[in-house]
Write a new protein. Structure first.
Ligand SMILES: [Ca+2]
Ligand SMILES: [Ca+2]
Ligand SMILES: [Ca+2]
Ligand SMILES: [Ca+2]
Length: 329
């Protein structure tokens, strides 16, 4: 059943996102495949069909099961949430990036300035957009968790820009071992590698763990923007962030366009209107990188501000600890 494995995995990576139940599907005698992204009613139907078929085993029946699975998957690909970003899987592509002679500034209090771009950016992981050569870097090397690292293990910095629709971020991370964020399953989303973007649109501060007055987007190597919903589930907010990544040796460039949503954001609504960005607007904001080098754990957590609350790990709960961005022309 090797063919079906690749088929299923391909769909998982590219087409089946979003916060709906997961389904374990048995194919043959021993293989199990976890499939996410189903509407619950459809998931039950598929599971029942396959349970029935499991009672008898023959080559023909296994083939039939496989065909049913393919048919089911092609059907459910039509019921994806409209909020899904189709570019949910990203590869590290080569890109002729010149990191340039820009300065890198570290600010202990995490207060940043973003300059306005005169034209929309191309989110391709490359820094060929004019604005990126016009602005300097900010450092994200404050050690929040783990032991001190050398610059081959981790070094990170980022640039900021904006227009009325998006906050743009270009992140440069040196990491000798890029580990797939969701390799060990969705609930390991915070164990790395990932870029964390903390956003509090109205700078209100306060608890945001299971509400949407602020977000802690865990931007995964697969291109998902992951946080908790109001039901305390781990879900994708892929419509909030478009991300592309390029690679130059052990240096990775993550380019993002982020929509800002205010506390009215309704995860159950089919559409939500992002907030327009204008000059002098200020938001709560921090950046971090969770570095996992293959030990199934977040070995280091490095941030853009000297401290980030209790154990420097309050950002995913409390937006009081965020730094900020002021948007200027
Ligand atoms: Ca670009
Ligand atoms: Ca590393
Ligand atoms: Ca808020
Ligand atoms: Ca790593």
């Amino acid at each position: 059943m090797r063919g079906s494995h690749f088929f299923t995995a391909g769909l998982l990576e590219n087409q089946l996102p979003i916060y709906t139940p997961r389904l374990s599907v048995a194919l043959g005698n021993s293989k199990y495949y976890e499939v996410s992204g189903f509407k619950s009613s459809l998931a039950k139907k598929i599971k029942m069909t396959i349970l029935m078929l499991n009672k008898k085993e023959s080559k023909e029946l296994r083939l039939l099961k496989f065909l049913i699975l393919i048919l089911s998957l092609s059907l459910v690909s039509c019921v994806k949430s409209p909020a899904v970003n189709q570019n949910s899987s990203i590869a590290s592509v080569p890109c002729q990036i010149d990191s340039g002679s820009s300065l890198t500034e570290a600010t202990e209090d995490g207060l940043f300035i973003a300059h306005k771009s005169k034209s929309p950016l191309q989110i391709d992981g490359c820094n060929s957009d004019t604005i990126w050569s016009d602005v300097d870097w900010y450092a994200m090397n404050y050690l929040w968790m783990g032991d001190a690292v050398d610059s081959a293990d981790y070094y990170g910095r980022f640039k900021l820009a904006w227009d009325s629709q998006y906050l743009y971020i270009l992140v440069e991370v040196t990491d000798e071992n890029l580990n797939p964020t969701l390799k060990d399953g969705l609930e390991n989303y915070w164990k790395g590698d990932y870029v964390e973007v903390f956003v509090d649109e109205d700078k209100s501060g306060g608890n945001h763990q299971f509400n949407h007055q602020a977000f802690a987007y865990h931007v995964s190597t697969e291109g998902h923007a992951i946080d908790k919903n109001t039901l305390q589930e781990t879900v994708f907010f892929d419509d909030h962030i478009e991300v592309a990544r390029s690679q130059e040796g052990s240096k990775y460039f993550w380019e993002m366009a982020i929509k800002l949503f205010d506390q009215q954001f309704d995860e159950n609504a089919s559409t939500n209107t992002p907030v327009n960005i204008s000059t002098q607007k200020s938001i709560g904001f921090s950046m971090a990188y969770g570095d996992n080098d293959g030990n199934s754990s977040r070995e280091n957590f490095m941030g853009s501000k000297k401290t980030h609350g209790n154990n420097n790990d309050d950002g995913y709960i409390n937006s009081d600890v965020f730094g900020s961005i002021v948007f200027i022309e």
